[in-house]
Design a protein around this ligand. Sequence first.
Ligand SMILES: *Cc1c(COP(=O)(O)O)cnc(C)c1O
Length: 452
Amino acid sequence: MRSRRQIPAVSKVLEQIAAPDLPRPLVVQTIRQELAQTRRAKQLRGDPVEAVHTTLDQLRRSRLQPVINGTGIIIHTNLGRIPLAAQALNALLEAGRAYNNLEFDLNSGMRGGRGQYLERALATLCQAEAACVVNNCAAALVLIVHHFTQRKLEVIISRGELVQIGGGFRVGEILEAAGATLREVGATNKTSLVDYARAITAKTAMILKVHRSNFFMNGFVASPSTADLVKLARTKKIPIVEDIGSGAVTSSEEFGLREHEPTPIEALCAGVDLVCFSGDKLFGGPQAGIIAGKQRLISALKREPLFRALRCDKLIFAALQATAELHLANSGDTVPVSNFLRLTISELEQRAKKIVAQFHDSAVEAKLEPTKSQIGGGALPRSSIESIAIAFRSRKLSPDEIARRARNAVPPLVGHVANGAFRIDLRTILPAQDEQVASTLAAALQNSRDPM
Ligand SMILES: *Cc1c(COP(=O)(O)O)cnc(C)c1O
């Protein structure tokens, strides 16, 4: 005989749920949804309280919260790209806690220009006449293309540079959304200066060069240098802009990387009118799009009504200002992204050994293994850095189960499964998190409540 228990009332379930960390309306809504589902199923399957607890656990995990990055991918877009420098965090706190002079000139007591000091600092850093800041590098491209395509529509771009960056960001689509008509030139692997020259007509609005940041082509490959393109653009009197993406201000070779990442200074020295890059990739700051170049053009961009829609909040200005000052003071080392790049194997080994020692008597085997960290974020795709991982193996738990438990720990620890082990790369774990790594993982793996 099948028993058909009654579906309990929302209030009855609510009485039995303890979730003081979640806002009550969210808990109530979750219970309603759960009960409605039960009602649709016309039968009580299991304990509704248990089901609500499971759903609330999932809801709790979807809250924005700190995560320990054990993936070894330094610029990890899914994990918020990069941690900020201590100075940037302080600046966030100060800008958020009190009023500030965002648009107020303390010298004259009048309305002031938003981010004037920051723009000056960024211009100096890029050795540019001027600079401005928008929401991200995609917004920078939209603003630039929108500005230059008001009278003439065509943007000339090489077929080898119509790249896709991350989930759903295609340079070609962004340009079209900004109102441009693409004038694609060359082939995927080869574009010559003549290809560009032939494409220039009375309809040409600008030439755009996009850094192939997240992939590389090898073999029968060629494209003209920025300097040659600049020469062509100058003779034809059309603007030329370069999107370098990552915003490396320190030369990548200084970090011991073989690959070269273009810097804004190089692009501007080659003569481009404007260069744009992300604030939260190798630059090491908050999400922002930085545009640097000719004063006349930066002023014109800032006069665009669209600029108002793409502008950043005071918090971003504060964090970016602190980050830019670190670069200007040559203290770029204190920016976590640079720090991560510089960590040596022996430093990593020392830290890893300490963590491993804490699993001495554990049922889980923890072992040091060599690994390779990646830059990520669409930068330096060929450069991996020798690093140290800890591999966790257990006779009772599958690597996927260890990964799941690590993810569900507080704070969550994200790693990856390879060669029958759950692995975490020490390079992207903040030294201050080492203790947490050991304790949360040990607790998560010993948890007997979950089935082994
Ligand atoms: C990452 C990247 C972008 C997008 O930058 P966001 O700041 O994330 O908008 C654009 N162009 C290039 C070449 C990139 O590498």
